[in-house]
Design a protein around this ligand. Structure first.
Ligand SMILES: [Fe+2]
Ligand SMILES: [Fe+2]
Length: 575
């Protein structure tokens, strides 16, 4: 008798975490932020859609409006949206009241707390907030309602029963509507598995990527019957999974999975940055690395910041059982939008979550991971974020994501502490979303249009990127995290072209870096593999842990700024 066939997920299968049918992201999980987002965004968007579904659908096709609060649901399904709205109002009544309580508490303090003691305000707080907050001032006597986030996760305001995993096979990269504005209604060719994200059965399901199982067990685990098999079968592929062997070489092997997701491996150690892995649509798409191209075990997954293109629950949950340690930035714990990724990830079932603060390090067998500051790109809000310097043998690389070089002195000080950083991965998303794009519901009083525009969530332009590179002594630059891959469109809705300002800044940066003799200057796109070898040439400054001397500092600071030359000589670039 032959062996029973086993099945893994097909390369096209997406397992998307949903919360009350909406694509899950961090501001749908942390209870205070989720409640505010529900009240100020989801409910408003659903009500607006029901008033005029056609206008919403039209707006979703307008390049100027994509990424706005418009639902991409055919008007024929308005009845389903009406049911979802009614169900949401009923199921999440407590969350709506919590959101109103947060707004009321802030208003109370903003109007009445002017530096006097705050003790007398506790009895005046809305009941929904009692026991879940501390009232504090900053040093200018501006009051803050500080959420006790850990308690909120244990309260009625966090309801894991709303969580589910939707298994589907998108036809194209752009088949998926903008994640923030459009809930996922049921479809006949998809499977919606009601399951809390932290349920161990979810890991079993995800592990089909590396450990195929017989069809019957998969079907039963999903609670499906035999008549559901026609729906399930296309999601599966027969045959063994064969994750790649760990790379044992001393040179660093880099595999680029798109956006800011980079797998760095050497001597059997694997580090994955800002995990964001795409499936291949059934209708095809650009070449890419996918879940099957990751090693069976990833030693460290590093998250730089809590933006929806860097903290990607769809990928993180699917990889949870393969991730040894999940590294996240420290949150400040003061503002409710500065959600603790540590608390959230533990709540979501991650076992080894490490929160890192500036210059904290993780020692590896042949290297280390060091957290370094990440300035800007958050509308001047103090939210958790960090860049990472990874030391791998003789190599030092920085994964800076959307860091904005607002002050090159910071990078000079980092270099003092960690030595030269030869290789830098950096974005040039120099435009950025308006302040309110993702943060709007967090504000008890809405920012003006002028404030929204002036505080766009922008990263480096070419000049600032060059400033950064010069400050850390870089000789290789990989421009990444640009949102160009087609599977980013439903997350970022950037609609980039070669003329987009972000891409022009990228071109400027790379052209200038090449002119300056960088060993590598490249914009990563789609799929890429390369190796970092110790470069020949003059000896490099001692790295990581060896401070620079005062003499070094002086001579470095005296050098002319490469960035200012760029600004002065923009016309001379070859594009
Ligand atoms: Fe970002
Ligand atoms: Fe980004």
């Amino acid at each position: 008798m032959g062996k029973e066939p086993v099945y893994r997920w097909s390369d096209s299968t997406v397992i998307a975490p949903l919360i009350n049918h909406w694509p899950a992201w961090s501001y749908l999980i942390s209870p205070a932020a989720a409640s505010l987002h529900l009240l100020d965004y989801q409910l408003k968007t659903m009500r607006s859609y029901l008033q005029d579904p056609e206008s919403h659908v039209r707006a979703c096709k307008d390049p100027e409006l994509i990424g706005g609060p418009f639902m991409d649901i055919e008007p024929g399904r308005a009845g389903d949206v009406r049911r979802l709205l009614a169900e949401t109002e009923r199921m999440q009544r407590g969350n709506q009241e919590l959101a109103r309580a947060i707004i009321d508490a802030y208003s109370l303090l903003a109007d009445q707390a002017q530096g006097q003691e705050l003790e007398s305000f506790y009895p005046k707080l809305p009941y929904r907030l009692r026991g879940y907050v501390e009232l504090v001032y900053d040093y200018y006597n501006h009051p803050v309602v500080r959420m006790l986030e850990g308690l909120l996760y244990e309260s009625e305001y966090y309801d894991a029963r709303l969580q589910s995993l939707k298994i589907s096979r998108p036809e194209r990269d752009n088949s998926r509507p903008f994640f923030m504005s459009t809930p996922c209604l049921d479809r006949d060719d998809e499977i919606d598995w009601a399951k809390p994200f932290n349920d161990p059965q979810a890991d079993w399901l995800f592990s089909l990527d590396v450990e195929p199982q017989p069809l019957g067990i998969i079907r039963e685990t999903l609670g499906l019957s035999e008549k559901d098999e026609p729906r399930l079968m296309p999601m599966l592929s027969q045959g063994p999974a064969s994750p790649p062997e760990k790379w044992q070489g001393a040179d660093v092997r880099i595999r680029y999975f798109g956006h800011a997701c980079v797998l760095a491996e050497w001597r059997g150690i694997s580090i994955l940055t800002d995990p964001f892995v795409s499936a291949m649509p059934t209708g095809g798409g650009i070449e890419r690395l996918t879940y099957r191209d990751l090693p069976a075990k990833i030693d460290y997954a590093l998250v730089t910041h809590n933006h929806c293109d860097h903290f990607v629950l769809e990928t993180l949950l699917r990889l949870r059982h393969r991730i040894g340690h999940l590294v996240v930035p420290r949150s400040f714990g003061l503002l409710h939008g500065d959600v603790s990724l540590k608390l959230m990830c533990r709540q979501l079932g991650f076992k080894n979550v490490i929160e890192m603060d500036t210059l904290e390090r993780i020692e590896l067998g042949d290297g280390k991971i060091v957290a370094v500051p990440f300035l800007g790109e958050h509308g001047d809000l103090p939210h958790a974020k960090t860049a990472y310097v990874v030391r791998a043998g003789n190599q030092a690389m920085m994964f800076a994501a959307d860091s904005n070089c607002l002050d090159r002195h910071m990078y000079e000080r980092v270099r003092d502490c960690v030595g030269d950083i030869e290789t830098v991965f950096l974005g040039t998303e120099s435009v950025g979303a308006p302040l309110s794009w993702s943060y709007g519901p967090l504000f008890p009083r809405k920012p003006s249009h002028g404030v929204n525009q002036s505080r766009r969530q922008r990263g480096c332009d070419a000049a600032r990127a060059l400033d950064l590179l010069e400050a850390v002594g870089a000789r290789r630059v990989y421009n990444y995290g640009m949102g160009q891959e087609p599977w980013l469109e439903h997350i970022l809705a950037l609609g980039l072209t070669e003329d987009s300002p972000q891409i022009c800044e990228s071109d400027k940066l790379l052209a200038e870096a090449r002119r300056r003799g960088f060993i590598a200057a490249e914009r990563l796109f789609g799929k890429r593999e390369f190796y970092l070898e110790e470069s020949a040439g003059e000896p490099r400054r001692p790295s990581l842990g060896v401070p620079r001397t005062g003499e070094d500092q002086e001579s470095f600071d005296d050098r002319p700024s490469l960035a200012s030359e760029v600004n002065d000589a923009e016309d001379t670039f070859v594009f």
